[in-house]
Design a protein around this ligand. Structure first.
Ligand code: SAM
Length: 291
């Protein structure tokens, strides 16, 4: 037994179960004392990427067996891990960064654990969206976390259109190579006035909070040689005073549905109304106005 194992054996014991352990989103100091204790005492650590998590474990001198648990092996791995827990083991679940299950693998095994009566224990810690939201300066009393927007332009715009009237602050994750397109869509759908905050590289050396409108963000980012880093976008909710505007992407979506998806006008109107969350007659009026 190595020195590291000695230290781990001395940790207070844990009851058998599935431990959902949040890990840092950049700065390793953000791991909690309890997360460290659980990782040290667990029998097995299920990781989104074992090599990635190994760096974290090595940093804290934690020597424990790891196993992969990711979107491609979730079903089979869940059964295997739950069988081990049922036999008395303690399994810690981690993702590459932040809280497992939040735009990361985890949901499936957590649900399966609950269904099979296996204890699920949350070990809270960092999550990028909470850190970004609180630093944004936008309203935090009521917000909607939406994870990643669809990558296809039409679907992304439709998703945003459905949120146009939402008064809660909106929180999205976004990849750097899509940020400019998303900012254009935000401006198109929500109008030029809404306040937008980009939280980039939170907790890391190059942490940055960009505040302004979507167009301000675009100007700042396009002037850069490269747009890099992890980004969370926060968008102000609709102000009560803001006039309810007709859906701006409806005309475009109608063309897409009729030209690309070969729908008849009536079927396209029905589909567009559904996607934009408006009635068929509203969609019809709007479509006539734009024709
Ligand atoms: N489970 C993680 C959590 O709890 O935050 C999120 C995982 S998701 C796959 C990764 C996305 O989270 C990134 O693409 C980015 O949008 C956001 N993110 C992660 N780390 C971040 C950071 N340090 N600063 C800003 N956003 C971050």
């Amino acid at each position: 037994m190595s020195q590291g194992d000695d230290k781990q054996a001395a940790s207070p014991s844990l009851v058998p179960g599935l431990y959902i352990v949040a890990t840092p989103i950049g700065n390793l100091e953000d791991i909690t004392l309890r997360a460290l204790r659980v990782l040290r005492a667990a029998d097995l650590i299920a990781c989104e990427d074992t090599r990635h998590t190994q760096k974290l474990l090595s940093h804290f001198e934690i020597k424990k067996p790891t196993v992969s648990y990711h979107e491609h092996n979730e079903a089979a791995r869940s059964r295997e891990l739950l069988a081990r827990i049922a036999a008395g083991e303690r399994v810690a679940l981690v993702s590459d960064a932040g809280t497992p299950g939040i735009s990361d693998p985890g949901e499936r095994i957590i649900r399966a654990a609950i269904e099979s009566g296996v204890p699920v224990i949350s070990v809270p810690g960092p999550s990028a969206f909470i850190s970004a939201l609180v630093a944004s300066g936008l309203r935090t009393d009521s917000f909607r976390f939406l994870g990643f927007l669809p990558s296809r332009a039409g679907e992304r715009r439709s998703a945003l259109e459905r949120l146009r009237e939402t008064i809660e602050t909106l929180v999205f994750y976004e990849a750097p190579h899509r940020i400019l397109e998303t900012l254009s869509d935000l401006e198109l759908v929500f109008g030029p006035e809404r306040r937008v905050v980009i939280a980039r590289e939170l907790t890391k050396v190059h942490e940055e909070l960009l505040r302004g409108t979507a167009s301000d963000m675009r100007s700042v980012l396009t002037q850069r040689e490269a747009i890099k880093g992890e980004m969370t976008i926060i968008v102000e909710g609709r102000m009560q005073s803001e006039a309810v505007k007709p859906p701006q992407g409806l005309g475009q979506r109608m063309h897409e549905l009729m030209e690309q998806e070969q729908l008849e006008e009536k079927a396209a109107l029905k589909q567009a109304a559904k996607e934009f969350g408006i009635s068929k007659s509203e969609a019809y009026r709007e479509w006539q106005r734009r024709k």
